[in-house]
Design a binder for this molecule. Sequence first.
Ligand code: HEM
Ligand SMILES: Nc1nc2c(c(=O)[nH]1)N[C@H]1C(S)=C(S)[C@@H](COP(=O)(O)O)O[C@H]1N2
Ligand SMILES: [Mo]
Length: 550
Amino acid sequence: MIQLIPGRTGLCALHKIYWWRPMTWKTPACLGWTTYRSHGTWSHTGNRRRRIMVAAGAGLGVGTILIYGNHHRKAAEPESPASTPGPPFPVFTRQEVAHHDNEANRVWVTYGTNVFDITDFVELHPGGKSKILLAAGGALEPFWALYAMHNQEHVLEILHGYKIGELSPDEPPQPNPEDPYAKDPSRHPALHVNTLKPFNAEPPVELISENYLTPSQLFFKRNHLPVPEVDPAAYRLRVQGASGKTLSLSLQDIKKKFPKHEVTAALQCAGNRRGEMNAIKNTNRLGWNVGAISNARWGGARLRDVLLKAGYKQDDEGHVCFEGLDRDQSGTVYGASIPFKKAMSPEGDVLLAYEMNGEELPRDHGFPLRVVVPGIVGARNVKWLAQITVGPEESQSHWQQKDYKGFSPSVTWDTVDFSRAPAIQDLPIQSAITEPCQNASVSPGELTVKGYAWSGGGREVIRVDVSLDGGKSWKVAKLTGEEQLPGRAWAWKLWQLNTCVPAGTKELNIVCKAVDTSYSVQPDTVKPIWNILGVLNNAWHRVRVFVEEE
Ligand code: HEM
Ligand SMILES: Nc1nc2c(c(=O)[nH]1)N[C@H]1C(S)=C(S)[C@@H](COP(=O)(O)O)O[C@H]1N2
Ligand SMILES: [Mo]
């Protein structure tokens, strides 16, 4: 069924989304009439991806062109929403909605008392098609309780673009689902929370370079699901053995049967600094500032030792796949993989960590056991580790196959081919300024600039250049950090420049850029590396500050 009501022009009252304005108009078409309806606004800021989809108007000979934008903007539109209310939406029962539980019948969902036909959105869903289809024919609430980052204005705006009707007033309200996050641990109040459910947060920029080892409470937290509750006594790690037989290891086995190894390693999410990418063009994903990176001392068994115990040989090949204990209603678990070579390398330092900064691994960071893959993107450092398998294929998980990959800036959600891009493993050279803060006021005279620098793959940071004039002239910062073995520089370096504000300057454009042992450098601007997933932003970091009058 097509969701058009011919003649509906102007606006309909759509909750708080005052600028959302579905429009329909007719064009002379050989079939009588054709109606187009817009989803979202038609305008200006060029800041949005637009997609045009043609949906066949089954049965009615109606063609619909849906133009879907990112709707993140709250720009005021010329007319006020209530001025020309359209005819009321059709009313449906939950039973009618339930019939539309697959793409052939069209996919309907409810949210509150509204009914939506999201068929044309399922392919575009950033969280994957299989996930969104779980809600087909029913209410979104139980799923969004689990993936509560949907409770943001821009997501609701997208949803409301697909409204087709309302539930009949006789329908009993959907019971409030139990909060799957009710048992998440408590967190440090200083953290800047990006999303609460799942919990995604970073330390405030002022505190990032205060400690070479990030205190665990302030270490950035990146969860895709609720934090599982694990009884350490009952915990077992399953390791698929080379002969096919599965090894089952208790926490005590891991602590007692394998030598303890310690590594200082930074962990960085591929989305670190996505906020700067979103400012260019919104990706509708977590807008991390510069804090989705932290540095800790990890202790645990070497993955290599466990793989040897499970019968694998140094020269075996393939991928080592990990699964976490965190799962959603469909039973999907968090998973990722790394190349076997990295896992088995005596110089790879890959750990099954049960300690962080000299203490038991905290719940948010994977208690009782997580993988730490030094030099490799955060996403492969699987927490709450349940299972290890070895095989010729990479992990089939959404986060290995359909996320955490890099693309050219001009690839769109319509043209993206995930199979063509390799999964991110090693991360590129990175650095950021942590002091002074963006738009801060500084006094004239002496100035201290601080930050961090790190590179993936064990490449050591050998230099950080700092500019006060937007990149015209440069000074070299002083680096600090533990000494690292060659090719195994897993930890970050903190840097500092003690300098003077040039007399007469009112504003400084502070820039930093780092160089690693491969002489790899950072690109100067974000725009040419922008990508739909908003990953791998390692452009020069820039901070503008104002100089106070003497
Ligand atoms: C019409 C309904 C839906 C809309 C409009 C929608 C929209 C979105 C948007 C905009 C994002 C990106 C959010 C961000 O990264 O900040 C997203 C991510 C996601 N969504 Fe949905 N969604 C819908 C239904 C669902 C359902 C029913 C499920 C689960 C069963 C689901 C699971 C996910 C997951 C797993 C992600 C990725 C989360 C991550 O990578 O951390 N979505 N969705
Ligand atoms: N089981 C599980 N492991 C996971 C995740 C997750 O959601 N579930 N998030 C991954 C991502 S994307 C990152 S960046 C790191 C973050 O680790 P942290 O929360 O300890 O900083 O964990 C990775 N391991
Ligand atoms: Mo991440």
